[in-house]
Design a protein around this ligand. Structure first.
Ligand SMILES: C[S@@+](CC[C@H](N)C(=O)[O-])C[C@H]1O[C@@H](n2cnc3c(N)ncnc32)[C@H](O)[C@@H]1O
Length: 197
């Protein structure tokens, strides 16, 4: 049976609303850390002008590949192995990169690799959309996010909700400018960076 993430079921509608506007002018999208593939299937189905490339770390690839094989629409490509820490990434020249709930899971060094990799993979013009919980100037946006961060760190000391300002120099080094910060349900955000043409 295919794995189902309840969070994905809840957040895929609100994220799709943001992506519908943000990716209107894009054609190719690379998704990092696609997880169960529920997002990839939903977004590819509702945004048929896109060619959606899902990816996962090699060890987690099996269930993702299975969902895409069973449920994927024609514009959803087979999943590929991609760990943000590898160099170079196996994909280049994409119009957009999307990732949900990954930056607080991976270690800070991998977050640095994420932005370096996006900088190399993204065409110009291009956009990066990242969904998840964030802090601002060290402050949580809610008590539930503070509790979630404590849980994350207990499970893995390298995980943590990332500070939006700490991402700024990484994005700048990748040639990216923050152009939108959408408030999302359950105290999450969708951050959008653009690389100018
Ligand atoms: C909380 S899950 C989110 C999955 C999915 N995007 C979602 O929203 O349900 C975090 C994901 O980050 C991925 N991840 C963690 N470290 C990674 C890395 N170094 N490179 C690529 N993906 C990574 C994990 O494999 C996992 O699928």
């Amino acid at each position: 049976m295919l794995a189902v993430s309840a969070a994905c079921e809840r957040n895929k509608g609100p994220i799709l609303e943001v992506l519908t506007g943000t990716l209107a002018g894009s054609r190719t999208v690379l998704e990092i850390g696609s997880g169960t593939g529920q997002h990839a299937v939903h977004f590819a189905r509702h945004l048929p002008h896109l060619l959606w490339q899902p990816s996962e770390r090699g060890a987690e690839l099996g269930p993702l590949a299975e969902r895409i094989r069973l449920e994927g629409p024609p514009n959803l490509r087979p999943a590929i192995a991609l760990d943000v820490r590898e160099r170079p990434w196996p994909v280049a020249g994409v119009d957009a990169v999307f990732s949900a709930n990954t930056l607080h899971i991976m270690a800070w060094e991998a977050v640095e690799d994420f932005f370096r990799g996006v900088g190399a993979a993204l065409a110009a013009p291009g956009v990066l959309c990242v969904y998840g919980p964030f802090r601002y100037r060290g402050a949580y946006t809610s008590e539930s996010n503070a509790a979630f961060d404590r849980q994350l760190r207990e499970r893995d000391p390298a995980s943590a909700i990332r500070d939006c300002e700490a991402l700024a120099p990484l994005a700048a080094a990748a040639g990216l400018e923050l152009i939108a910060d959408h408030a999302m349900p359950a105290n999450n955000r969708t951050l959008v960076w653009r690389r100018a043409g």
